[in-house]
Design a protein around this ligand. Sequence first.
Ligand SMILES: Nc1ncnc2c1ncn2[C@@H]1O[C@H](COP(=O)(O)OP(=O)(O)O)[C@@H](O)[C@H]1O
Ligand SMILES: [Mg+2]
Length: 247
Amino acid sequence: MLEIKGLRASVGAKEILTGIDLTVPDGEIHAVMGPNGAGKSTLSYILSGRDGYEVTGGAVSFDGADLLVMAPEARAAAGIFLAFQYPIELPGVGNANFIRTAVNAVRRARGETEMDTVTFLKEARNAVKALAMPDDMLKRNVNVGFSGGEKKRNEILQMTLLKPKLALLDETDSGLDIDALRIVAGGVNAARGPKFSALVITHYQRLLDYITPDRVHVLAAGRIVRSGGPELAVELEQHGYGGLEAA
Ligand SMILES: Nc1ncnc2c1ncn2[C@@H]1O[C@H](COP(=O)(O)OP(=O)(O)O)[C@@H](O)[C@H]1O
Ligand SMILES: [Mg+2]
């Protein structure tokens, strides 16, 4: 379970998160919507431990542990995964090697045995097939020359193989055509279970047609201004964010 209480954060002199309260129980998928610049990506970076953000108040616990004092790799070992809004290219780093190294680093940190190459590649090939990715995608360098949609699918491939307890998906649907959207949503739905939860950051209700969220939250000007059921996303699609902050 993820519990965020009164989280405030700044970059330099600029306060971006102004008091976030949000709880995601195990097994639930919550959507986070909200205008550009609201602080959605910042929230996902702070949860995953990216440098450059100063937490100025509040607390975050994950499975009862104080998340904010943990190193990024400790958070990954605890089961947190971030799918980047803008996945970066890693020339010279093979995709399969990259993901297998991450999988085994997490397994080692948990005191589990490493996965051998044959077992890993078998799982990886199955996941690639399920995500309708081209066959050579595991052999290529991470994200190099991938189309926008392929990069997003590659994030979901990593998620599928890392099997996180909490996935933070930052606009994984943006830039996807309708078939890719369905495939990506299928990847998330396949991960559903009592020990999987997710924060799905999105601008579009259409993703939520495929991934039915347990809760929908609206983040505006650095805090959650409204929460509701899936119907809230439909309402936002119709009326926009105008007037929400006053509400
Ligand atoms: N490293 C940074 N330096 C300065 N401003 C930043 C930095 N990161 C984010 N911001 C600002 O914080 C605000 C929130 O950004 P972001 O979290 O990316 O919003 P969202 O993902 O909701 O569109 C924006 O105004 C953005 O310009
Ligand atoms: Mg963003």
